[in-house]
Write a protein that binds this ligand. Structure first.
Ligand SMILES: NC(=O)c1ccc[n+]([C@@H]2O[C@H](COP(=O)([O-])OP(=O)(O)OC[C@H]3O[C@@H](n4cnc5c(N)ncnc54)[C@H](O)[C@@H]3O)[C@@H](O)[C@H]2O)c1
Ligand SMILES: [Zn+2]
Ligand SMILES: [Zn+2]
Length: 361
């Protein structure tokens, strides 16, 4: 029987989100219905609402979730009702040109549910990042549901499904931060702080946190920042150079998503350094860089989608680090809220009051 559940929907650009009755079909072949227990509010949800991702309104928001599998469709053999899962927005197909070349993290045909969830009047919804988990239940491709240790509480575990994995992987996987490296992170929200935590675990010797908000800088220290720079108080490029022997950092992570911070991050690199862009730009943004610096510094400019992760490999590993007390996922949970608190959570995110508000169901 298809079910009707409560869910948070963005109907039009910039309009406050609303709670709607949403139809969730029974899982078809290769699909699963997941009863959501917790879902973090990520800046990307706000990007969707602001029309910054695409114009596929109405969107069913929420994509950082943990919950229990309720039912699975035909042909699903490795997932059962009752399994505790974190939802992934990447589920490599194994067949596209990227998967076949051994780069499944660039998969071009990542699995999603093939049936739409709809508003009560039948209007199909676009689930954010193919998930849509600000909802009592959601329909996903079974391959998007990654089993993890149920001892990890859902408020913390769900965050691994987007922001934490994106930031962690930006540093540990895309940026390849290693022992003794110097690292700078521009933007210390949930994503940037996860990059800081990963750099710390990897043995980076200097980790400079850059933000324009003093509260964010204090929190960044908890995740392993060795130095903090208030970019509203002076030139952050000079500050990063000053803290890295005058050279700039080996790996610089841009976790804001703006041209000015991208440019600063570019200039804050040492020779042969790596810039990792994880902040999501909007379509109209452009950046101008001095070509001589681009050539003269060498190194690499990379973009990191989802931290170049493989969810089935990396989610259980991050959850194990959490359970072992080595990755402070609880530290990212600033508050828990109900489904009706998402709009206010966007405002709190904009005011810089939270790392993550987490919807609990
Ligand atoms: N690439 C991916 O796969 C991926 C995944 C998740 C999120 N993201 C993106 O990462 C970015 C960060 O997400 P978040 O959830 O941490 O957002 P957030 O809003 O919590 O954090 C952004 C931080 O940037 C800071 N900031 C703003 N202007 C700044 C400036 N000029 N200089 C320095 N710091 C500045 C803010 O104070 C804030 O602390 C967003 O663009 C989000 O869409 C990317
Ligand atoms: Zn593929
Ligand atoms: Zn996200």
């Amino acid at each position: 029987m298809p079910q009707q559940v409560r869910a948070v929907v963005a109907r039009a650009v910039g309009e406050p989100v609303t709670i709607e009755a949403v139809n969730v079909p029974d899982p078809g072949p290769g699909e699963a219905v997941v009863a959501v227990k917790a879902c973090g509010v990520c800046h990307t949800d706000l990007h969707y609402r602001e029309g910054g991702i695409n114009d596929g309104f109405p969107f069913l928001l929420g994509h950082e979730a943990a919950g229990f599998v309720e039912s699975v469709g035909e042909g699903v053999s490795d997932l059962s009702p009752g399994d505790y899962v974190v939802l992934a927005w990447r589920a490599p197909c194994g067949r596209c040109r990227s998967c076949r070349r051994g780069r499944p993290w660039y998969c071009f045909d990542s699995a999603n549910a093939s049936q739409p969830m709809t508003l009560a009047d039948g209007t199909p919804l676009s689930p954010a990042l193919g998930i849509g988990a600000f909802a009592d239940k959601t329909l996903v491709a079974a391959a998007q549901a990654v089993k993890v240790d149920p001892r990890a509480r859902p408020e913390a575990a769900g965050l691994v499904g987007c922001g934490i994995m994106a930031g962690f992987g930006a540093a540990a996987i895309t940026g390849g931060v290693g022992r003794g490296d110097t690292v700078a992170v521009f933007g210390c929200g949930g994503v940037g702080d996860a990059a800081i935590a990963a750099a710390s675990l990897a043995g980076a010797r200097t980790i400079v946190a850059v933000d324009v908000d003093g509260r964010k800088l204090e929190w960044a220290r908890r995740f392993g920042a060795t130095h903090v720079v208030d970019a509203s108080a002076g030139d952050p490029v000079e500050a990063v150079r000053g803290l890295t022997g005058g050279f700039g950092a080996d790996v610089v992570i841009e976790a804001v998503g703006r041209p000015d911070t991208y440019r600063q991050a570019f200039l804050a690199r040492d020779h042969a350094g790596t810039l990792v862009q994880v902040g999501v730009p909007t379509p109209e943004m452009t950046v101008e860089l001095p070509l001589v610096e681009l050539f003269g510094r060498g190194g690499a400019l990379k973009a990191s989608w989802y931290g170049d992760c493989l969810p089935t490999r990396d989610f259980p590993a991050l959850i194990e680090l959490y359970l072992a007390g080595r990755l402070d996922l609880d530290g990212f949970v600033s508050e828990t809220i109900g489904l009706d608190g998402v709009e206010e959570a966007f405002a709190r995110m904009r005011r810089g009051e939270v790392l993550r508000s987490v919807v609990v169901l």
